[in-house]
Write a protein that binds this ligand. Structure first.
Ligand code: FE2
Length: 383
C-alpha cells in the first residue's frame, strides 16, 4: 500500500527576500539555533534579527553545534530551551544545525525521554508542537533537512550514529532564501549540491517512487545538473544560488517521502568509518551506483530518459562529466589514500551498507558479494 505523502510542514517559502516572512510571524519568544558564528559574520543573522524585531519577537541564541552533532549537544540545547521557554525555534545553518535543532525540540518538549534509542521505536516517538513550532532556514543547498523527516545524531559515548526518521519532525516552516548561501565556499557548494543531486537520483529510482515524487525528483535533477557548475563559477549570482537552493529543497520533498538507495548507504558508512564528508562520498559513488542499478530494466529506462534530456547518451557519462567539472575525484582512493586502513575497514563498511535503512529502497538489493564489488570498484576507479 502507498505510504502517505507529506510535502513540507505548514509553509514553504523559497526565493530571494523570503526571510522577510519572519517579520509577519506572531510568537512570544524564539530560540535561534546556530552551528557557529558564520551566519553572524556574513550578515544573515542581522537580517533575521531585524525581521524578528519588526515582529516584536524577543529571542535568545544557542550557538555551538559540531558537524555530526552529538547527543550531549542536543541535551544542552534542550536544557537551554527549557530555561528560555520559546514557542518558536529557528534553526539557521546546514544539516548539522537543522538536525540538532529538530532533536533539541523533541527533548525540550519531552523531558521524560532521556536517550536516543527511544526515538528509534516509531510507537514511542512523541507528538511534537506542544510547546513550540520549528522554522528551518538552510544555509547550504543540499541536505534539505528543512523539509525532511530525518535527523542524524551521534551518541557521543559509543560513537554510534543514529539515523532517525519520523514525519513529526518535518519543520513547520522552511524558508529557503538564497542570501544565506551566497558566501558558501566552492568545495562545500559542490559537495552539498551533489548530495542534493544524489537525493533526487536515488528517489527517482526508489522502489517506493510515485507520480509526485518523480515530478519533483526529475525537475531537481535537470536544474541541479544545469545550475551547479554555474554556481561554482559565479557564487555571488543570487539567481543561480536561488535555483540550487530551491532544487535541493524540492529533491528533499521527493526523498523524504520515498527514501533513497545504496549511494547513501555506502556514504553513511564512509562517514562513520573514515569521516568522509557526506556530499563528497555521495558524489564520488553516484556514477558507480547508477552503473550498477542500470542492470534493473526500469531504472535503466529512467536513467536513459534523463540522459537524453541532459544531452548525453548515458547518465553515467553525464555524472562523470559533472563531477569532473566540479573538481570531484573519480574514485575513493584519491581521498582515502591509506589502502591498508581501507582494507581493514572494508568488511565493516559492507556490513554497515547492507544493513543501512536506505538499502531496502534501492532498485536492486545487492548481495554481500555485489556490495563488496561496488565498493572495491568505486575505491580503485574504472569501469
Ligand atoms: Fe544526503
Amino acid at each position: 500500500m502507498m505510504r502517505p505523502m507529506k510535502l513540507g510542514g505548514q509553509e514553504l517559502l523559497f526565493g530571494e527576500g523570503t526571510l522577510a516572512h519572519l517579520a509577519t510571524l506572531k510568537y512570544k519568544k524564539a530560540v535561534i539555533v546556530l552551528a557557529n558564528d558564520v551566519m553572524i559574520q556574513n550578515g544573515v543573522m542581522s537580517i533575521i534579527k531585524g525581521h524578528l524585531t519588526t515582529a516584536q519577537i524577543p529571542f535568545e541564541s544557542f550557538i555551538g553545534i559540531e558537524s555530526d552533532p552529538g547527543f550531549s549537544t542536543v541535551m544542552r540545547g534542550a536544557e537551554f530551551m527549557r530555561k528560555h521557554e520559546p514557542d518558536l525555534i529557528i534553526a539557521v545553518g546546514g544539516g548539522s544545525a537543522m538536525d540538532a535543532a529538530k532533536a533539541m525540540w523533541i527533548y525540550y518538549e519531552n523531558p521524560e525521554i532521556k536517550d536516543l534509542v527511544t526515538l528509534m521505536d516509531k510507537n514511542k516517538f512523541p507528538l511534537l508542537r506542544k510547546k513550540a513550532k520549528l522554522i528551518c532556514i538552510p544555509s547550504t543547498a543540499g541536505t534539505a533537512s528543512e523539509v525532511s523527516r530525518s535527523i542524524v545524531i551521534t551518541d557521543d559515548k559509543t560513537g554510534i550514529k543514529y539515523g532517525i526518521g519520523n514525519m513529526e519532525m518535518v519543520p513547520d516552516i522552511a524558508i529557503c532564501d538564497p542570501v544565506t548561501t551566497l558566501s558558501l565556499p566552492k568545495s562545500i557548494t559542490a559537495e552539498t549540491g551533489m548530495d542534493a543531486m544524489c537525493h533526487a537520483l536515488e528517489a527517482i529510482v526508489s522502489n517506493r517512487a510515485n507520480y509526485i515524487s518523480d515530478i519533483l525528483a526529475e525537475k531537481a535533477i535537470l536544474d541541479i545538473f544545469e545550475t551547479l557548475p554555474k554556481v561554482l563559477k559565479d557564487g555571488s549570482n543570487v539567481s543561480y544560488r536561488e535555483k540550487m537552493l530551491t532544487a535541493a529543497m524540492v529533491a528533499g520533498l521527493a526523498f523524504t517521502n520515498v527514501s533513497l538507495g545504496i549511494t547513501h548507504s555506502i556514504a553513511h558508512g564512509l562517514g562513520s568509518l573514515f569521516k568522509m564528508p557526506h556530499g563528497l562520498a555521495n558524489a564520488i559513488l553516484l556514477p558507480y551506483i547508477v552503473e550498477f542499478n542500470s542492470q534493473n530494466e526500469s531504472a535503466k529506462k529512467i536513467y536513459d530518459g534523463l540522459a537524453t534530456k541532459l544531452g548525453y547518451v548515458d547518465l553515467v557519462s553525464a555524472l562523470k562529466d559533472l563531477n569532473h567539472t566540479l573538481g570531484i575525484p573519480s574514485n575513493l582512493s584519491e581521498k582515502l589514500s591509506d589502502k591498508s586502513k581501507f582494507d581493514e575497514n572494508l568488511s565493516t563498511l559492507i556490513e554497515y551498507a547492507l544493513s543501512d535503512g536506505c538499502t531496502k529502497t534501492n532498485p536492486i538489493i545487492p548481495t554481500k558479494a555485489q556490495m563488496q564489488a561496488i565498493i572495491e570498484l568505486a575505491y580503485k576507479g574504472g569501469q
